[in-house]
Design a protein around this ligand. Structure first.
Ligand code: IPE
Ligand code: IPE
Ligand code: MG
Length: 250
């Protein structure tokens, strides 16, 4: 498994196309409401936007795509909506995994699986196992994920397993216990739906990520919307603490 350096410890090589895009897919409910449809109709359309996003990323040469599908706080929603979302996740796994596999996509799921049904856990494991050796896009679904959950589980496991004494842990070591240890830190973060917040997504890994917020609702996030996000990313100057002059001096 590749070891990735920490953006606060070394500077990643600049690239025109982000290697890793992380997305908060927000606005499904409002998309439905605008059409006088139940909220869950928005979630259904959201799955189509996921398909389109996966295609766009694979075509553009993005190597990692991470999608926030269900947060550790989304259990606070009405029980009918929560169970609809679980069902939708299960259906998407059943319906899409073979296609992902045929397209050489590796699928991973991060988050606390303990409240999931045994059926759902088995489907997730089957999908990960089937696609494990694929060398194309790595698609990560964050399900019952929370940035704080991730950091705490990492710290707890590290404290138990590490040969370093407490007081001597390093960033690089902690990163190896995070749920997404297999991916470099995101270069580009996209949040649809107009809100400008992180909502407990990847707290550790977003340290130097370029943030992009759009009012476009997730079900409307199509190829054109993707292109706009990439164009915005390409205009950014990623300094990682240095001055602008240092960058142009090379
Ligand atoms: C995002 O859309 C999907 C999930 C959180 C599962 P929302 O359901 O949050 O949509 P809005 O924000 O209510 O429009
Ligand atoms: C964030 O969206 C979580 C996902 C997209 C899965 P929310 O709609 O739950 O976020 P808040 O509650 O508006 O911050
Ligand atoms: Mg929302």
């Amino acid at each position: 498994m590749a070891l990735f350096s920490s953006s606060t410890k070394s500077i990643p090589a600049p690239a025109n196309i982000p290697k890793h895009i992380a997305v908060i897919m927000d606005g499904n409910g409002r998309w439905a409401k605008k059409r006088f449809l139940p909220r869950v109709a928005g979630h259904k359309r959201g799955v189509e936007a996921v398909r389109s996003m996966v295609k766009s990323c694979a075509a553009a040469g993005v190597e990692y795509l991470t999608l926030f599908a269900f947060s550790s706080e989304n259990w606070r929603r009405p029980p009918e909506e929560v169970s609809f979302l679980m069902g939708l996740f299960m259906d998407a796994l059943n319906g899409e995994v073979n296609k992902l596999h045929q397209n050489n996509i590796r699928m991973m799921v991060i988050g606390d699986r303990s409240p999931f049904s045994p059926d759902l856990c088995a489907r997730i494991e089957a999908a990960e196992t089937l696609t494990r050796n694929n060398s194309g896009l790595t698609l990560t679904i964050a399900a019952n994920y929370g940035g704080r959950w991730d950091m705490l589980q990492a710290i707890n496991r590290m404290a138990l397993a590490s040969t370093a004494k407490a007081g001597h842990f390093s960033e690089e070591e902690l990163a190896q216990y995070l749920a997404m240890k297999y991916a470099p830190e995101p270069d580009l973060f996209i949040r649809t739906g107009g809100e400008k917040r992180i909502s407990n997504f990847l707290l550790w890994q977003l340290a130097y990520t370029e943030l992009y917020f759009t009012d476009t609702l997730w079900p409307d996030f199509d190829q054109d919307a993707f292109d706009l996000a990439i164009q915005s990313y390409q205009k950014r100057e990623r300094r990682f603490g240095r001055t602008s002059e240092q960058l142009t001096e090379g």
